[in-house]
Design a protein around this ligand. Sequence first.
Ligand code: CTP
Length: 401
Amino acid sequence: MKTISKRILLGVSGGIAAYKSAQLARLLYRQGADVRVVMTISATRFVTPLTFQALTGHPVHTTLLDEHQENAMGHINLARWADLLLVAPATANVLAKFSQGLADDLLSTLYLAAECPVFVAPAMNQAMWAKPATRENLQRLKNHGVTVLGPEQGEQACGETGPGRMLEPETICRLLFPSANGAPLQGKKVLITAGPTREPLDPVRYISNRSSGKMGYALANVAAKFGAEVTLISGPVALPAPAGIKVLSVETAQQMYDAVLAQAHRHDIYIGAAAVADYSPAAVEKEKIKKHADELLLPLQKTRDILAAVAALPDKPYTVGFAAETEDLALHAQKKLQRKNLDMIAANWVGRESGGFDSDRNALSVFWQGGHCQLEMADKRVIAEQLLDLIAERINAKSTA
Ligand code: CTP
């Protein structure tokens, strides 16, 4: 395992998720980081400073004006010492204080004094998360250069369900140090499709779908971060081209088919994240279709299944499909896995309130031959990290089998 040569100041504020930060401190420490912990007074009511002291091997800092601790390492020294300030959990109160520049306790003073990168992992009730005041505070913090990790969607300690759960310690650790796992896709060539396709009807009209391309682009960015050489074949989207990634732009399902089949044999992994049209107009009219009859019937023909064609190649890459389902998700996904001879399928619900198409967040049920894993609702970047971790794990298991 690679080590993190970082001095991490871990700020723990007063939320129930503070108990998870003990595990986070341990994970960071195990990766080789030098971790010092600062707790707010309310955090000490959830977890004792002694727990963090035992886990990190250092006394925990709790008060701004503690004579002993000031002697050992005053707040300015502590801020100077850190390579990175991570606040997890970050309560609504802490986010509000940081965003306004209040400095009435040790943690908020450290934030003001810190010149290193700052990461916050919010944790709060979903209604507090949704409140305009919290949204504004977060936006201010982002504008000030703070990186916000999460939160996740899910069951909350208060009994409600929604966004506001702190990310799992493993996820926070991975997001902070993607290379801590030793760039799990180093040396691999990854081909990814993203976005919708457009199937023209005439020179001005087309059939398409609501795909934004965000999932495929997140996968491409993360795969590159994981050390892979990435080729992205993209339908029409409104996203910036990812830096350092070869992007081939296409429009129709047939163009995507041609581009993918020309590339697939040169790649180790194929991820079909594009929402390819299943049908396209049988004929494209040369001129704009005029409005005449009350009813217009458009003959459609099935497009070629790109995913199935890649999976049928003699020396096929590790082939990962997506499935968008409105009912019986697990059953349909597993059937597609077998029918298309895939190595893995990532299924998500569509047509529901949150996640999926055109959203920044997603949740996936992932199936592979002989295994299954649920990725809970989270930012698509976090989901991309988790899915690529699973793929890397399966590939490495395959190559050492
Ligand atoms: N796909 C593809 N080529 C097509 C249609 C779909 O490669 N012509 C791929 C998508 O990129 C995705 C997967 O197939 O990875 C899932 O498509 P989906 O529409 O959910 O499944 P289908 O097999 O088309 O089945 P159905 O629409 O009946 O659910």
